[in-house]
Design a protein around this ligand. Structure first.
Ligand code: AVJ
Ligand code: FE
Length: 438
C-alpha cells in the first residue's frame, strides 16, 4: 500500500481542503463512521427504534441508511461480486432515491422491530469491512473514481449524525420522563455580548463554491449577484430578546406575521419556541441534558422560519438573504461550538471587547435566511440516482446558513446551504437579523 499512496491527492470534506493519499481516506472513513457510533453510546435499545413524528427517523434507521448509501453507490457499483448481507435492506433503507428502486414508507420507519439494533450494527460492520477492503485493494486509478464517492458518503453520514441528535431530542421530549441524553457541560457565568450592527457595502459579489475541497452540488456554480448596502447583527438573537417579543403579544398580533405563518400559529397553538414549557409561570426548555430553566443569554433556538421572520419584523429588522450572509462571512474563520464539543446546545455570545466582528456565524445554531432554496444559475444535478440528493427538494423550503452545535466541525462551510420547510422547528435553528442601510 505504501508505494501506491505516494502521490495521490484526494478531495476531502475536512474543511481544510485536501486529504492526501489512500491512508488518509481510510483514516477519515474510520473516524466518521466511529463518530456515528460514539453519538449512540448512551442510548438503550428501546431508544433506537421509535419514530415520534413523520419528519424524524429512528436512530436505528439512520445508522442503517448511511450504510445503505455506501452499499448502493460504492459497493454494488465498484466491488466485483459484492453480495448484500440482506437484499431486503435495499428497500428498507433507501430514503428517497427513486432511481435506486422502491422504498419503505417514510412515516412508518418507526414501526419495524427487525432488523434489530444488533442486526443494524452487524450491517454497519459488514459494510465497513467491504469498503475498507475495496479502498485497500483498489488501483490508483480506481481510487480516483472511488474517493469522491467515499467523501460524499462521509459527508452524508455527517448530515445524519446531526439528524440523529435532533431526532433523539424529539424522542426524549415526547417522553414525560424527559430523559437525559448527555450530561451537559454547564454554561459559564451567564452574560451575553451587546448586539452591534456591522455594515457592508453594496455591489456585485460572487457567491457559491468553487475550487478544491468537498461541496454539495447545490453550492454551485459560483456566480455573481448584486447586493444593496446592508447591515448584519453581530450575534444571534437571545432568549431575553425573544421573550420581549412574546411578552409584547408577538404571537397574537397578525401584523408581524406572514399569512401562512399566522395560520400555523393558530393551527398548532404556537406561543413560544419549540421545546419550551411553562411551569408555575417560569419558562423551562428541553435540552439533550433534560429539562432546565430558559437561560436568557443563550441564543433563541428551535424557532421556525415563520417565527424568525415575525420576530425580525417586530424588531424593525429582517432576515438576511443567503448571499448577504455568505458575503458577510468572508473573513470569519470556521470556528465555534460544534458537535465535537459534546455540548449539543447553543452557548451565549461572549463580550469580545472588540467593536467589529461577527460572532456565532458557525456552530451554535443554523440561521434562517429569507432566501428560498432554489437552484443557483446554471445548476445541474448529476445524472443518475445521486442527482436526487439535493436538486429535487428545491421547492417550498428556505435556506439556513452557518452550522449548529450538532454539526461536525469538518462538515461546516461558508457556502453550505442547509434547507428546511418554513414550519420546521426541531433542528437547532436560530435567528440573526439584518437590515437596510443607506
Ligand atoms: C439538508 C438536512 C435537509 O435532512 O434530508 C440527508 C440532509 N440529505 N440525506 C435531509 C440529507 C440526504 C437533508 N437536509
Ligand atoms: Fe440520507
Amino acid at each position: 500500500i505504501a508505494g501506491k499512496t505516494r502521490s495521490r491527492e484526494v478531495e476531502c470534506a475536512n474543511g481544510q481542503g485536501i486529504v492526501h493519499s489512500r491512508m488518509a481516506l481510510i483514516d477519515r472513513y474510520r473516524a466518521v463512521r466511529q463518530f456515528s457510533e460514539k453519538i449512540c453510546e448512551t442510548l438503550e435499545p428501546e431508544d433506537f427504534v421509535i419514530q415520534t413524528m413523520p419528519e424524524m427517523s429512528p436512530t436505528k434507521w439512520h445508522l442503517a441508511h448511511v450504510s445503505w448509501f455506501f452499499e448502493t453507490f460504492v459497493l454494488k457499483v465498484h466491488l466485483p461480486d459484492y453480495e448484500s448481507l440482506h437484499p431486503q435492506y435495499t428497500f428498507l433503507f433507501n430514503s428517497y432515491y427513486n432511481a435506486a428502486g422502491k422504498m419503505h414508507a417514510r412515516p412508518q420507519r418507526g414501526l419495524i422491530s427487525r432488523p434489530t439494533v444488533r442486526n443494524t450494527y452487524e450491517y454497519r460492520k459488514y459494510v465497513d469491512t467491504m469498503v475498507l477492503k475495496l479502498l485497500g485493494e483498489a488501483s490508483e486509478r480506481k481510487l480516483e473514481v472511488l474517493a469522491p464517492l467515499i467523501v460524499l458518503g462521509l459527508n452524508h453520514e455527517q448530515q445524519h449524525q446531526e439528524l440523529m441528535l435532533t431526532d433523539i431530542k424529539h424522542v426524549f421530549w415526547m417522553n414525560p420522563l424527559r430523559p437525559v441524553f448527555r450530561k451537559e457541560k454547564p454554561n459559564a457565568a451567564s452574560s451575553s455580548a451587546k448586539l452591534k450592527w456591522q455594515n457592508f457595502d453594496g455591489g456585485i459579489y460572487s457567491i457559491g463554491h468553487e475550487g478544491a475541497g468537498f461541496h454539495f452540488d447545490n453550492e454551485g456554480p459560483r456566480h455573481e449577484t448584486l447586493l444593496q448596502p446592508f447591515a448584519l447583527a453581530s450575534r444571534l438573537v437571545t432568549n431575553r430578546e425573544y421573550l420581549e417579543f412574546m411578552e409584547d403579544n408577538g404571537y397574537t398580533r397578525p401584523e408581524f406575521w406572514l399569512s401562512l405563518g399566522f395560520n400555523m400559529v393558530k393551527e398548532k397553538y404556537w406561543d413560544s419556541p419549540f421545546y419550551w414549557e411553562r411551569d408555575l409561570g417560569k419558562w423551562g426548555m428541553m435540552t439533550l441534558d433534560g429539562m432546565r430553566a430558559v437561560d436568557l443569554d443563550e441564543p433563541v433556538c428551535h424557532v421556525s422560519y415563520f417565527e424568525a421572520d415575525a420576530y425580525a419584523r417586530w424588531a424593525g429588522a429582517r432576515l438576511p438573504t443567503e448571499a448577504e450572509w455568505e458575503v458577510a462571512s468572508e473573513e470569519v474563520p470556521v470556528e465555534g461550538n460544534f458537535a465535537e464539543s459534546g455540548f449539543y446546545h447553543p452557548a451565549p455570545a461572549r463580550e469580545s471587547g472588540r467593536t467589529e466582528g461577527l460572532q456565532q456565524m458557525f456552530g451554535d445554531l443554523w440561521q434562517w435566511t429569507q432566501s428560498s432554496y432554489s437552484p443557483y444559475p446554471g445548476y445541474k444535478p448529476v445524472r443518475g440516482a445521486l442527482g436526487e440528493y439535493n436538486g429535487k427538494f428545491m421547492c417550498n423550503q428556505y435556506v439556513l446558513r452557518g452550522a449548529s452545535c450538532a454539526t461536525a466541525k469538518s462538515h461546516a462551510r461558508r457556502t453550505y446551504r442547509n434547507f428546511f420547510p418554513p414550519d420546521a422547528r426541531w433542528q437547532f435553528m436560530g435567528i440573526r437579523l439584518a437590515k437596510e442601510i443607506s
